[in-house]
Design a protein around this ligand. Sequence first.
Ligand code: MN
Ligand code: MN
Length: 358
Amino acid sequence: MPQRETTLTEFIIGEQRKAPGATGGFTALLNDIRLACKRIAHVVGKGALAGVHGRTGTHNVQGEEQQKLDLLANDIFLSTNEWGGHLAGMVSEELEHPYRIPAEYPRGRYLLAFDPLDGSSNIDVNVSVGSIFSVLACPEGASGEDERAFLQPGTRQVCAGYAIYGPTTMLVLTLGRGVHGFTLDREIGEFIHTHPDLRVPEETSEFAINTSNSRFWEPAVKRYVDECLAGRSGPRGKDFNMRWIASLVAEAHRILMRGGVFLYPRDERESGRSGRLRLLYEANPIGMVIEQAGGRASTGYGPALEIAPQGLHQRTGFVFGARREVERIETYHRDYNERPYDAPLFAARGLFRGANGG
Ligand code: MN
Ligand code: MN
């Protein structure tokens, strides 16, 4: 039999054939998502040549400043996915309410939630950005224009993934049977199945957190980071490296490829109490990918995918990566939930002594 590379389309059709009762609608939906990502990759790759860099002067529903590319990527996602007839509704980071699919298009049985451009504040400095997507089944009898249809825990996702627009464009996908990576071959215009069965490495000595928030961290997070920083002579008995890209997709991709742990925990700021990342179109899809790759996705206190969402743009603390590392962080949250952390082991050398009052 002649050997040749497998495309994303072939992979999806192959998966569909394995799933009893699956219909072609799901395959067609994924083809549209794939096309949206290719279109966004094209615009992002043009950079300043496309004349779409810079801010719009407007803010989204979460009060974040919108970049021109945020809105362009949002339009691409909506217009590429609205016509196919497979969706009952769409929710985007950039829209306050569910998107109303134009009346001339048929409705389907799936719901799509997405962050059209993740890490967009990094666009002007040419750092990797991405798109994140989550597919849910629309509950029987529900309207995809009603936000309650989308308020399902992440465990109910039927598919999730992201595209990363870096030196190469990749699409990383899970249909609930492992995680697969596809690299865009620009000459033939197709994603090629280059990374079958991705697994988060079990051992790690890398962590990613925004330490400029350290004075607001909860005791469990202070302890975890202090212990990493203590290195070989500390309780972990090894040196750690720190990474911080400030682009969720890029952080998730690094952890999928070579391991590590990421923390954007809830903290003690008024604005940080419920965390920073959005549950429906950031934490849930990234969490499903990480868990399907053998890692763990948590709020710090428990499984992120089990949260019952209360709102479309609900935020959550988010900790994910190597399973045992995340479980350790959850243990610290249980230990220090009720009492202050006074850095007993590191009083002399804790970087965050001031914040601990020690
Ligand atoms: Mn984002
Ligand atoms: Mn975004």
